[in-house]
Design a protein around this ligand. Structure first.
Ligand code: ADP
Ligand code: MG
Length: 702
């Protein structure tokens, strides 16, 4: 089937081009102005835009519109309203008013609010985010016009992930512009973070999926012995894509292209039935929207192919889990990338200052950055022997690390740089080849030529939090730098000094070695770097004095908003673990134990029958198996009996944080204790009686 990519790309987006064609010139200009500079459009303008948007959407087959927003659940929310007006004489008109476009009111009480709601009103308001284009989504529920919005409480507190993200972009814009001005750049009017999120996922056959309650309820397997083959042959990564998976990918690409999402790269990942999709990077807030849409579209398209897309960070024990590499850089409206080392001394100096600010930001707020990638599924990934460790460090690559070492140890070498002696070797930033920068896969925050790659984010998680934090911490370091440099009498020498000081003070965050090793854990502790293995360990980072100071200084979060987020994280952790534990109880009691009893009963009966019929038969193997299976069965049964009362005890703890910590400390090990004997039994018991598809079925029959 041939696809005309240029024709379908963006065809479902109410883009600038569509607006230019369909809006009166003055209205278009007003909209563009607000999109670029902020502010509000008039109600008269809103009416005209809304009507044009509705006409466009109806031509695409749309029947409904929705305010599309990103509540603190981490997924997107939408409520569809038909365009129809009150029928008159059995006739309806299709309508979208300016008011409906720019503002919506919704009951916030069913979304997580972390206490923001109870102190105020239950109402939440959605407001059109003009920085993201509207689009139509084709679903079985109909074709829906989606209007991207922010979601706030009556008093304006952010109830979503988008509002703080936009605030953080504003902060970075303001501070980065100050830095650019110091370097004599008067042209750039706007600076924005650019993000490209590589999305990993697993595919599983839908019939098998439907037989696994754990996949259905929790998105991951809670039981399962390893298949005879895993990823050890390394034959999956970049391997030939199987037909069914290829058909899914092709379909996915087309759906994404229609939504204006520049899906480009597709390949098999390390684990069996694991894959990746990467789009071309774009402006941060748009990248966040696009990633949400990508995840949603992956799930929808998979069902058309008899598949289910698993976005969980660790669907299967024993093989790699899925993450999201968040590629991040800082761009200007004049096409400059502040993370590009450049090739003139002036560009070099600006790059080194920006780099030194990022080192300072990441070192000072390593705990917050780690927190920004905390989601329950990521527990199984970070710190395991696969994804980055739970300790934040920066990888610069040999060449750049050498430059930093020189600057830190030798204040003179950097002076050469200012005088422009480019041939002085280490004192300038070498032209970095990509190969030299991107070979350490064990690091959570890697410089890859002209961007940083934050590899901690979970595959199911929104990338909003990670980018909000990144933007905020770098804005703060740039603000400190600008405060100092704007007062300096001799800019060049002050700048050199500042680069030196930032790098010297924060060099401990740089690590080039093997991030999976125990040595690094010890070394990081010696350096004083935080090691926060679990989500529950990361939550306090949100409400430290330094976090509150950072986020309130730039108006990104209020203290109350931060406290609310901390509360939601604990709550979510408890809820997810509780669902997992309950699912285990369900599966053990209703699937596994009955099946194992059937098996042992049958085995015992056949031993008795054979013993009676032919008393001289050697039944030692059968008896040994029966004894062994019975032992593990009683182990499983014992673990099952322990788990439920334990959860009841933990649930009676009043303090939310304490409850979350106890879930982690006591319930998670009790779940492991139940899993262990059942996984052993899976390898002993006849496949005929085994009640669910195995890892081999799930991973190799896609
Ligand atoms: P990798 O080696 O990590 O696969 P790629 O070149 O494939 O690197 O890029 C991965 C992602 O990084 C893509 O989504 C790409 O668009 C994005 N990317 C490339 N350059 C930048 C940049 N300057 N800023 C942000 N993201 C970028
Ligand atoms: Mg990558």
């Amino acid at each position: 089937m041939s696809v005309n990519v240029t024709e379908i790309f963006g065809s479902n987006v109410f883009s600038t081009n569509v607006m230019r064609e369909r809006l009166p010139k003055k209205v278009f200009q007003e909209v563009m102005h607000v999109m670029e500079h902020g502010g509000n459009i008039s109600m008269a303008t809103a009416d005209i835009v809304a009507n044009a948007m509705k006409d466009w959407a109806v031509e695409k087959g749309a029947t409904h519109y929705t305010h599309w927003f990103q509540p603190l659940t981490g997924i997107t929310a939408e409520k569809h309203d038909a365009f129809i007006t009150c029928p008159e004489d059995n006739k309806v008109l299709l309508q979208l008013t300016g008011k409906q476009l720019i503002m919506g009111e919704s009951d916030a009480s069913s979304f997580p609010s972390g206490g923001l709601r109870s102190t105020h009103y239950a109402r939440g308001y959605t407001a059109w985010d003009m920085t993201s284009p509207a689009f139509v989504k084709e679903m079985s529920a109909g074709t829906i016009l989606c209007i991207p919005t922010i979601f706030v409480s009556y008093h304006g507190e952010a109830l979503d992930k988008k509002t703080p993200l936009l605030r953080s972009m504003q902060a970075l814009n303001t501070q980065a512009i100050r830095i650019l001005r110091l370097f004599g750049n008067t042209e750039a009017q706007k600076v924005f973070p650019c993000v490209g999120a590589e999305q990993e996922y697993f595919l599983v056959d839908r019939d098998y999926y439907m037989q696994r309650r754990d996949l259905i309820y929790t998105g991951r397997t809670l039981f399962g012995a390893p298949a005879p083959k895993g990823q050890e042959l390394e034959d999956q990564y970049f391997g030939v894509i199987r037909e069914r998976v290829g058909a899914f990918m092709s379909d996915l690409n087309q759906e994404l292209w229609k939504l204006g999402i520049p899906a480009t790269t597709q390949h098999n990942e390390v684990a069996p039935s694991q894959h990746e999709m990467a789009p071309i990077y774009t402006m941060c807030n748009l990248a966040v929207d696009q990633n949400q849409l990508t995840m949603e579209t992956m799930k929808r398209v998979a069902t058309r192919h008899g598949l289910v897309c698993l976005l969980h960070e660790k669907p299967y024990a024993g093989v790699n889990g899925s993450g999201k590499h968040n590629n991040w850089s800082i761009g200007t409206d004049t096409g400059e990338n502040l993370l590009d080392p450049g090739d003139t001394p002036n560009e070099n100096l600006q790059f080194l200052l920006v780099l030194s600010c990022i080192m300072k930001a990441v070192d000072k707020h390593a705990d917050l950055l780690r927190q920004s990638a905390a989601c329950v599924g990521n527990e199984h990934r970070l710190g395991g022997q696969e994804a980055p460790p739970a300790i934040i460090s920066i990888f610069l690559g040999d060449q750049l690390e050498h430059v930093v070492n020189q600057i830190v140890s030798n204040a003179d070498s950097i002076k050469l740089l200012a005088s422009g002696k480019l041939d002085s070797g280490v004192s300038t930033v070498p032209l970095l080849s990509r190969d030299a920068t991107d070979r350490n896969r064990t690091t959570p925050f890697a410089f890859t030529g002209n961007k940083f790659e934050f590899r901690m984010v979970g595959s199911s998680d929104s990338i909003a939090d990670a980018n909000t934090t990144l933007n905020a911490i770098v804005a703060e370091a740039m603000c400190d730098a600008a405060d100092y440099l704007e007062q300096a009498e001799d800019f060049d020498s002050a700048c050199l000094q500042l680069i030196h000081d930032n790098m010297a003070q924060h060099q401990r965050i740089i690590f080039n070695g093997n991030g999976y090793s125990d040595e690094w854990v010890r070394e990081a502790a010696r350096r004083g770097l935080p090691n926060l293995p679990s989500l529950v360990d990361t939550v306090p980072a949100l409400v430290t004095d330094k976090a509150v100071e950072l986020f309130t200084k730039f108006g990104i979060y209020t203290k109350v908003e931060l406290e609310a987020r901390a509360e939601i994280m604990y709550e979510t952790y408890i809820k997810v673990i509780k669902i997992e534990a309950n699912t285990m109880i369900h599966m053990a009691a209703k699937h596994y134990i009955p099946a194992i009893i059937t098996y042992t009963t049958r085995l015992a009966q056949s031993i008795t029958a054979v013993a009676q019929a032919c008393p001289e038969t050697d039944l030692s193997v059968q008896k040994k198996l029966l004894n062994s299976v019975s032992d593990y069965l009683s182990q499983a049964s014992y673990a099952l009996e322990q788990l439920k009362p334990l959860m009841d005890r933990v649930d009676s703890i009043e303090d939310l944080k304490e409850m979350a910590l106890t879930y982690r400390r006591a319930v998670v090990p009790a779940m492991d204790a139940l899993r262990y004997p059942i996984d052993v039994l899976e390898l002993m018991v006849d496949k005929e009686v085994w009640p669910v598809p195995t890892y081999g079925d799930l991973m190799f029959e896609v």
